[in-house]
Design a protein around this ligand. Structure first.
Ligand SMILES: Cc1ncc(COP(=O)(O)O)c(C=O)c1O
Length: 357
């Protein structure tokens, strides 16, 4: 998913293209990183005050991978509990680190993992569980959460010293701006790490934030981080400051009121597509909660047919094939982001292309 970045910002920030985020001596760039983390922790995600540490990384995938690695450094536990809607980057990170995955199916009616199943699984594996992943903004359905996670679940995790990682790569921007009331995950005591992408909403591609609760967690990334607070030298790789600079410039340019309006526009346009699809006889997999319009199809064959027909008409949509353990949920999704390619006029043309022969 790609967000919006005005051409004037893409141009004005080129001076940061060859500046290295990992260079601790570049105090301007390090200051910008801290500012971006601060805007997200305080103003966008509304996290408690103790969440003040963060890294600017290349992507949501890298954030999820680093978070997984950090958690392994603090414990000998080796089980990660997630859902069939969890983004593949966590599964890949677990495979690389030799961790065992317990993947829980979502209830086909609620499209979340049942609270009892989650609790029973946590209790069953208890002392072996390293962390649980809660997705805020599911990739395939655009729904708010993939788990029925309650304050009781939080208590259970805390009592058993199990961490909570929230993957808000998608929802951390759009859902935070759409939320009419504060969501509850931010206050959970088990919450240890959060992934959020800026590039799914604003700025150029290549900017994800990993936000951590404990300063101690930071030193597990590598040897140097603890000595140079605020830098990411220990991540051991050169990274351009450009994507971060464009994200920060966009946030300052639009301001929070305009960003809220942009998020509302995405959801409104997603609803327009959803209504049109229903009129054409398609069924939605769920109500629209963000910019994702998930449309149900009956089989893999139908998915392949629909995608190729749309591709021939010049539209790229993503497949939905959710392997839900005992069944598979099929469909395709239209993802409305603030990018120009999903503006209303384009979407109206898309709607006219249906029903496809
Ligand atoms: C929930 C979630 N996590 C992680 C990712 C991976 O993010 P990135 O594409 O920035 O690596 C995505 C991407 O769509 C996502 O939706």
């Amino acid at each position: 998913m790609i967000g919006v970045c005005p051409t004037s910002i893409l141009r004005s920030q080129t001076k940061y293209a060859s500046r290295n985020l990992a260079d601790a001596s570049d105090s301007e760039v390090i200051g910008m990183q801290d500012q971006l983390v601060d805007i997200f922790t305080r103003d966008i995600l509304n996290l408690p005050k103790d969440f003040k540490h963060g890294f600017v990384l290349h992507s949501g995938t890298e954030c999820n991978e680093v978070a997984t690695f950090i958690h392994t450094k603090q414990s000998h536990r080796n089980i990660v509990i997630l859902s069939t809607l969890t983004h593949s980057s966590i599964e890949n990170a677990c495979l690389k680190l030799n961790l065992q995955l317990i993947k829980l199916p979502i209830n086909p009616s609620t499209l979340r993992v049942d609270n009892t199943l989650l609790h029973d699984t946590i209790q069953k594996y208890n002392e072996r569980v390293l962390f649980v992943v809660l997705t805020y903004g599911t990739t395939k359905l655009g729904t708010e959460y993939d788990l029925e996670f309650s304050s009781d679940t939080d208590k259970l995790l805390k009592e058993n010293d199990i961490k909570l990682h929230v993957d808000a790569a998608y929802g951390g921007t759009i859902l935070s701006f759409l939320a009419s009331k504060k969501s509850s995950w931010q206050a959970y005591l088990s919450l240890a790490s959060i992934t959020v992408d800026t590039h799914k909403f604003v700025g150029s591609l290549g900017c994800g934030l990993l936000i951590l609760k404990n300063l101690e967690d930071k030193k597990h990334i590598g040897k140097n981080a603890i000595y140079f607070s605020g830098n990411s030298t220990a991540l051991g790789t050169t990274r351009s400051a450009y994507p971060m600079a464009t994200a920060l410039a966009c946030i300052n340019h639009f301001g929070s009121i305009k960003m809220k309006l942009i998020a509302e526009e995405c959801r409104k346009n997603a609803n327009i597509i959803a209504e049109a699809m229903k009129k054409y006889g398609y069924e939605l997999l769920c109500d629209i909660e963000s910019g994702v319009v998930p449309i149900r199809l009956g089989s893999l064959k139908e998915v392949e047919y629909t995608l190729s027909k749309l591709h021939d008409l010049g539209y790229k949509v993503s497949p939905i094939c959710i392997d839900n353990i005992s069944s598979t949920i099929y469909g395709f999704r239209v993802v409305v982001t603030p990018k120009p390619q999903t503006r209303k006029a384009v979407l109206e043309r898309f709607i006219k292309s249906f029903p496809i022969a």
